[in-house]
Write a protein of this length. Structure first.
Length: 94
């Protein structure tokens, strides 16, 4: 089989008749009950993955928010310290 024939075969796969034959074979091999449990397990795995991804994003956003708040607090704190120093200097000069 040449490369052109292999590509043609792969490109031809997926017609409704072929898909139905494959589904019937899979159903005969695994049975309905086992396929339902596999589908359920796959669905639970996908839900778990999505939940963990959204939790990771929420934790990252919360961490960035806390870091930004620390930076803001650090910028505001020296200003307050400078004002307090200026007040102390004014009291000493009076």
């Amino acid at each position: 089989m040449s490369a052109t024939n292999a590509i043609g075969f792969a490109g031809n796969f997926g017609s409704p008749t072929q898909l139905i034959i494959v589904l019937v074979i899979v159903l005969l091999l695994f049975g309905g009950k086992r396929l339902r449990s596999l589908g359920s397990d796959l669905g639970n795995a996908i839900k778990g993955f999505k939940n963990s991804m959204s939790n990771d994003e929420a934790e990252k956003a919360e961490q960035e928010k806390q870091e930004a708040q620390k930076i803001i607090d650090q910028k505001q704190q020296p200003t307050a310290t400078t004002a307090q120093t200026a007040e102390k200097t004014d009291h000493k000069q009076s």
